[in-house]
Design a protein around this ligand. Structure first.
Ligand SMILES: Cc1ncc(COP(=O)(O)O)c(C=O)c1O
Length: 391
């Protein structure tokens, strides 16, 4: 039997074909608009630029960079922005290195929604910070306010990070702000998951609620290229972070990413509010539809979610992996959280009726119905939603 010659483009095309035919419910992912995607494969993909400039040939790069910053300031109503960090994780390292190196860093534990990068042998180990876990709810994935305030008051962590990876409700930024500031601490908000919702004005607005800075990935509910943004209204915070960028946390800042990001910010300035509103509406419908057919979802008593995410109430990790794999057999992509996100299906233009349909497909998949039959229905559904909306 002759084996087809392997080449990179064969694999890329096979991947693209595969992902066109499956329904994505991973809350950390999204699809770019055709214009943003095109910007990723321009000449900028191979260039360098620095501040202060070292390389020639960059006059338009700097125009684009300044423009992207200006758009970001407008979108997030912030005075200072940094677009250099290459991803949310790198931004988390930048913030931790700047404010918690050899000090104390407090955040939610990962099993209660916190970012796994803050587990004690990860970013805290890299920057030499002592990790302080904020007592948090296993049902709502938010810090328990009074218990956490007590811990903060006692330990006085120099850096407190709110926001997280499982985030279904706003975090208590307003409630924590005074106490963190009372001893000179910095309150950061990791908006990686909810950046698009913040941009659209449908979730919390951390800067206005008292956070000193927001950092975030730009590719989850914010439907841009993989990368990150940091913004603040505090000049001193901005200057401290800026001082730790070049040749410490970043060198090349991936200018094609910056280009695709600028295109996405333009889209979000125009359509962000409608897109974000629909994402949350869809998440609520999806949760209610799943619950109505017997799938247990976290935070029932609070209406399941105020974000793009819903979290299935499954205890055991092996069972979660089985659900993820079973769903994939049926053409539905999820993670081993098991969290579902409505950011991508909404970007495809799906609405209430489709959320009800997806809930039924998920239920049937979990009940063990023939995967081929479900997959065919998933593909028929996707056929009707092939173009990217809100752009
Ligand atoms: C809350 C949170 N912060 C940071 C990150 C890391 O972001 P990135 O994948 O852009 O490095 C993630 C990743 O999913 C996340 O969930």
């Amino acid at each position: 039997m002759s084996k087809k010659q392997q080449d990179a483009w064969n694999i890329i095309r096979t991947h693209e074909k595969y992902r066109r035919r499956v329904l994505n419910l991973i809350p950390s992912e999204n699809i770019l608009s055709p214009r943003a995607l095109k910007a990723l494969s321009t000449d900028l993909a191979g260039r360098y630029a620095l501040r202060p400039e070292f390389y020639g040939g960059t006059r338009y790069v700097h125009e684009l960079w300044n423009y992207a910053e200006e758009l970001t300031r407008r979108l997030f109503k912030a005075d200072y922005v940094l677009l250099e960090p290459l991803s949310g994780h790198i931004a988390a390292i930048l913030v931790s290195h700047t404010f918690a190196k050899d000090k104390r860093l407090a955040t939610l534990p990962s099993e209660k929604g916190g970012y796994p990068g803050y587990e004690k042998d990860r970013i805290p180990l890299i920057v030499g910070a002592e990790l302080i876990e904020l007592p948090s709810s296993n049902e709502y994935f938010t810090p328990l306010i009074e218990d956490s305030l007590r811990v903060i008051e006692e330990k006085k962590p120099e850096l407190v990070v709110l926001g997280g990876s499982m985030i279904i409700f706003p975090h208590p930024v307003r409630e924590f702000s005074d106490i963190v500031h009372s001893y000179g601490g910095v309150l950061a908000y990791d908006g990686s998951h909810v950046l698009g919702l913040i941009a659209g004005g449908v979730f919390q607005d951390p800067l206005r609620e008292g956070a000193d800075l927001v950092y975030a990935s730009t590719h989850k509910t914010f439907p841009g290229p993989q990368g990150a943004v940091v913004y603040t209204n505090d000049k001193e915070v901005y200057e401290k972070l800026s001082g730790n960028l070049y040749h410490k946390i970043v060198d090349n800042i991936h200018l094609n990413r910056l280009a695709a990001y600028a295109v996405t910010v333009e889209e979000m300035l125009k359509y962000g509010s409608a897109y974000a509103t629909k994402i949350v509406e869809n998440a609520k419908y999806l949760a209610a539809s799943l619950a109505s057919i017997g799938i247990s979802i976290k935070a029932r008593d609070r209406g399941y979610t105020e974000s793009h995410q819903i979290v299935l109430d499954i205890q055991d990790d092996e069972a979660k992996i089985k659900v993820r794999d079973r769903l994939e057999e049926c053409g539905i992509i999820a993670d081993a959280g098991v969290r579902f996100g409505t950011n991508e299906v909404t970007r495809r233009g799906m609405g209430k009726r489709e959320m009800e349909k997806i809930a039924k497909l998920v239920y049937r998949a979990m009940e063990g119905e023939d995967p081929k039959k479900i997959k065919r229905e998933v593909q028929a559904l996707l056929e009707r939603f092939k173009t990217v909306k809100f752009c």
